[in-house]
Ligand binder design. Structure first.
Ligand SMILES: *Cc1c(COP(=O)(O)O)cnc(C)c1O
Length: 458
């Protein structure tokens, strides 16, 4: 099969740094062995996040040039509003500067001490925003989600049996909302099927609970639905995304992903009373409701971006590129969560480094090695991020898996960059036993992975 080339060519480029191995060693030590503390100009290939890291198009930049920076009622707001309203079908749209601002505003209206937010898997900041309100973030991923080798098509689904047990059980009255993350970024970039969303809708109706989407990757989920769910084969990704939004009562969306822009987000709502509460909070904390912390030029880039992102040619080329990278990595002897997602690949570090215990953070060790050997930056998703620890930062409960996420920025890297990543990994896979573990030196109480400092074990 011939490969699908991306439906664009490159017009503006940016140089990337190539440090020597010695310089990389020094840089990582200075960063406390935490890739989040590295300077971007020390990194050759940055796969830390697909958030805000995409390339914009000529059409987006042209639109940005005519951005209207009026404080209230800017022309750019109406362009943004109309695009989002058409995509989602929601009557009420609030702009926010990024996804977590929307989470904070929505959750402060629906959650509080004693309440529960239920999800297929909460994203890290989403989890934190639930718990900062004194509420509980409960994840109910489907059982297949933890079988990383199975190629079940919709491992992002929520466990419907467990959800019904919760909603109908003694804790049911405490559930403030069900939040479905599409695609499931916290657990292998796996998509959620439309059938699963429909079933969640039905359960929420039966038990009188609100149902929201965390739809940062609404276009990529729609693409995978089209590829994998029979009944949707003949719909466009945009039509599928619209139907997903229509199943829910509203959404919180980070547009730093499928908005193809460096900043932005929105809240979409049906309920006018909830909208009024959220709008008041937005004005007090983010900005007036026609800009919500965004500049007019951001709103313009986003209005174009949310349309470009559902282009089937773009989505197909991107999905294929990620799948090709996964195949190369698998052939080199490194297992990844199957099937390959679109925005990221998850390396099974626990399996590659069986000589390291969870308390030695195999995922983190592999991530550090990718930087030391190839200047590649990525993020751990394992016991460093998810494990529970005591005051001395000793691991009490390990995570159920030790993964490393290679996030793929949109429209940024070419085939040769991906080949380079696969080559560096292939080299590591030849003698993985040389990789050492790490111990924590200091860590903050919440969102540990962002600011933790470590030291290599001798
Ligand atoms: C990125 C992300 C968020 C948070 O959005 P920000 O724009 O980073 O604040 C929430 N949920 C998911 C699934 C995300 O990927």
């Amino acid at each position: 099969m011939p490969i699908t080339p991306p439906p664009y060519r490159i017009k503006v480029v940016e140089p990337i740094p190539f440090l020597s191995a010695g310089e990389r060693r020094g840089a990582l030590a200075e960063a406390g062995y935490n890739p989040f503390n590295l300077r971007a100009d020390q990194i050759t290939i940055d796969l830390l996040s697909d958030s805000g890291t995409g390339a914009t198009s000529a059409a987006q930049e042209a639109a940005a040039a005519v951005g209207d920076e009026s404080y209230a009622g800017a022309r750019s707001w109406f362009r943004f509003h109309d695009e989002i309203a058409e995509l989602t079908g929601y009557p009420h749209i609030l702009p926010v500067h990024q996804g977590r601002a929307g989470e904070r505003i929505l959750f402060s209206a629906l959650l509080g001490r004693g309440k529960i937010c239920v999800s297929n898997t909460h994203f890290d900041t989403t989890h934190a925003n639930v718990e900062l309100l004194g509420a509980e973030a409960r994840d109910l991923p489907c059982p297949e989600a933890l079988d990383f080798d199975s190629d079940e098509p919709f491992k992002g689904n929520i466990d419907l049996v467990a959800l019904e047990e919760l909603l109908g059980g003694p804790d049911g009255g405490r559930v403030g909302l069900v939040l479905m993350t599409i695609t499931n970024n916290g657990l292998g970039a796996q998509p959620v099927s439309m059938a699963n969303l429909q079933a969640v809708r039905a359960l929420c109706d039966r038990y009188g609970v609100r149902f929201f989407l965390d739809a940062a990757r609404f276009a990529e989920n729609a693409w995978l639905v089209r590829e994998r769910e029979e009944a949707y084969r003949n719909l466009t990704p945009r039509q599928i995304a619209h139907r997903a939004f229509q199943l829910a009562d509203g959404c919180v969306v980070s547009l730093k992903k499928d908005g193809l822009s460096s900043i932005g987000g929105f809240l979409g709502l049906r309920d006018v009373n909830l909208f009024a509460v959220c709008e008041a909070n937005l004005i007090a904390t983010e900005g007036f409701s026609t800009y919500g912390g965004l500049a007019g030029h951001d709103l313009e880039r986003l209005a174009v971006g949310v349309r470009e992102v559902t282009d089937p040619a773009y989505l197909q080329a991107r999905a294929e590129a990620t799948a090709r990278l996964a195949r190369r990595i698998n052939e080199a002897g490194v297992d990844t969560v199957q099937p390959a997602g679109v925005h990221a690949l998850y390396l099974n570090a626990g399996r590659l480094l069986p000589h390291l215990s969870p308390a030695e953070f195999p995922g983190h060790s592999l991530g550090c090695q990718l930087f030391l050997d190839g200047g590649i930056r990525c993020a751990e998703l394992g016991s460093l991020y998810l494990g529970t620890m005591d005051e001395q930062h000793r691991l009490l409960t390990p995570a159920p898996f030790e993964l490393v996420r290679l996030a793929i920025p949109r429209r940024v890297y070419s085939e040769e960059h991906f080949e380079y990543v696969a080559d560096v990994l292939a080299d590591i896979a030849k003698s993985p036993e040389r990789i050492r573990g790490y111990r924590i030196e200091s860590a903050p109480p919440v969102l540990r992975h962002f600011k933790v400092r470590l030291a290599p074990l001798s």
